[in-house]
Design a protein around this ligand. Structure first.
Ligand SMILES: O=P(O)(O)OC[C@H]1O[C@@H](O)[C@H](O)[C@@H](O)[C@@H]1O
Length: 299
């Protein structure tokens, strides 16, 4: 363990429940093992990489060839998209999905909760001032147990109204993406990003048999991934979000991206992202805080 990791363990480690690990090349990973689950989080990006409730299959998908790289996003887990989602509104040279997922974050507190869950809070360690010239940092709080709660907060400490886009870009692990159904977005309009952008309306559950890349405009209702192959449903509850991205690259894009581990790596995952994206971005007045909150449970 390097000196930084040792200090973090002294300050924030929880005996038998939360430990900081040196993952090599300057990366620190946090391992959690409590009475409800195991989980791991990379400090770069405050990026949750794994979450497995005890007695369950992993709920979060991580590419088998995912690597920690300085300034690179990890393929899988829960990348934090902030302070914009997708392409930047005016600057094509800025990274897609913002910079939060590729910069260091700092741990601000940890605690073992009475119900056996583990709480961990982060704040962003490098707000790229050239790309985000605002007094408006981000914080992330996770409660990790038999359920997983995440809250991404943005506080506008400046004196001008700002525009924030964000997403918890969660990769869920599924038995076979072509056999699942996503329930909860029936009747919602969506922006279809495959081919020429088009606005459409969802009828019934979402099923996937080709590339899907959609921004749904919703009312904040629960979304449920029904996975008969794993005999389970994953429920997504959320607050402070009126858009949901559903994404699966399917075969051609998976091959082109080349970081899914195998040619059919796309079959084992689906992204269902709770967001504030496209026309759903948040206008945040001075003094206001915007919270994007989710809770995932396996049923
Ligand atoms: O490769 P990235 O930057 O992690 O993005 C993956 C996907 O993320 C989704 O949220 C977008 O809607 C897709 O268009 C994009 O391809």
């Amino acid at each position: 363990m390097n000196a930084k990791g040792t200090t973090l363990n002294d300050d924030f480690g929880i005996e038998g429940q939360l430990a900081f690990r040196d993952a090599g090349d300057g990366f620190i990973v946090i391992d959690i093992d409590n009475s409800h689950c195991t989980a791991s989080i990379a400090m770069q990006g405050a990026h949750l990489m794994t979450w497995t409730p005890k007695g369950e299959q992993p709920v979060i998908w991580m590419s088998p060839v995912a690597k920690l790289g300085h300034g690179n996003s990890i393929r899988g887990g829960v990348p934090i998209c902030w302070p914009w989602f997708g392409a930047h509104a005016t600057e094509p040279s800025f990274s897609g999905h913002g910079f939060a997922r590729t910069v260091p974050w700092e741990v601000t507190s940890t605690s073992a909760l009475e119900d056996g869950c583990t709480l961990i809070s982060f704040r962003i360690g490098d707000v790229k001032k050239d790309q985000w010239p605002h007094q408006a940092p981000a914080e992330m709080q996770m409660i990790i147990g038999h359920y997983l709660e995440m809250q991404l907060s943005t506080e506008n400490q400046g004196d001008e109204t700002i525009t924030v886009g964000d997403a918890l870009h969660t990769y869920f692990s599924v038995s076979d993406v072509s056999k699942i159904a996503i329930n909860g977005l029936d009747g919602c309009d969506y922006l279809d990003k495959v081919g020429p952008a088009a606005r459409r309306n969802q009828q019934g559950d979402i099923t996937i048999g080709s590339e899907v890349d959609r921004i749904y405009f919703d009312q904040g209702q629960d979304v449920v991934i029904k996975d008969p192959g794993l005999d389970r449903e994953i429920r997504i509850e959320k607050l402070g979000s009126h858009s949901t991205i559903v994404w699966n690259p399917w075969i051609e894009k998976c091959l082109k991206m080349g970081d899914f581990g195998s040619d059919d790596g796309y079959l084992g995952m689906v992204c269902v992202e709770s967001a504030n994206a496209a026309e759903d971005v948040v206008q945040l007045a001075p003094g206001q805080t915007h919270n994007l909150w989710v809770r995932y449970t396996v049923e």
